[in-house]
Design a protein around this ligand. Structure first.
Ligand code: FMN
Length: 175
């Protein structure tokens, strides 16, 4: 069983990226064990604080350490990733030499309401994975253009081909 820690790069209550992650969990895979790694309580990063023990950061780092793979759910903000996601990754990457991200598998997915479906943001995110020491696994590009008809009443995508695409993505995560 592979432990997948999901970081949602949005603090919004009705976040579509959180909803997309919930779709992944609902579709599921026999070899994947999902849990959310919450970033709501993470303060703004300052190097002045990086050696201080802060409960929210200790829990955050611990949950990353316990995960085999980190699934980064990125919104698209002005064609890049959200500040809160970058802030969380900066915390996890420090102090220098003690990053809990090094050697972790990483995967990326996202949803936006614009036609780009977060793919430009995903390019930015992918470009920082090597410096974080993370290994992006090979997988399909999951960039969802979200609208109010995306989900049916059961919380699954209306389009059967989208469900099959997500199943293929989850199979790639499980490898
Ligand atoms: C500051 C800001 C910038 C945005 N820039 C983009 C963008 O470049 N492309 C896009 O498709 N949507 C953009 N959006 C709209 C987001 O796709 C939309 O707000 C989405 O719901 C954010 O994800 P979330 O629901 O998980 O928070 C932007 C939203 C905000 C607040």
């Amino acid at each position: 069983m592979k432990k997948v820690g999901i970081i949602v790069g949005s603090l919004r209550k009705e976040s579509i990226n959180r909803k997309l992650a919930e779709v992944f969990i609902k579709i599921g895979h026999s070899k994947l064990d999902f849990s959310f790694i919450d970033i709501h309580n993470i303060p703004l990063f300052s190097e002045d604080l990086e050696n201080t023990s802060l409960p929210a950061i200790d829990v955050f780092r611990q949950k990353i350490s316990e995960s085999d793979l980190i699934l980064l759910m990125t919104p698209e903000y002005n064609r890049s990733i959200s500040g809160v996601l970058k802030n969380a990754l900066d915390w996890a990457s420090r102090p220098y030499g003690k990053s809990c991200l090094v050697g972790k598998e990483a995967a990326i997915a996202g949803a936006s309401i614009g036609s780009s479906g977060t793919l430009p943001a995903q390019v930015h995110l992918r470009s920082i994975l090597p410096v974080l020491g993370m290994k992006q696994i090979q997988h399909s590009e999951v960039g969802i253009v979200w609208n109010e008809t995306f989900l049916n009443n059961n919380g699954l995508p209306n389009d059967e081909r989208t469900i099959q695409f997500i199943q293929k993505f989850l199979e790639q995560l499980a490898q």
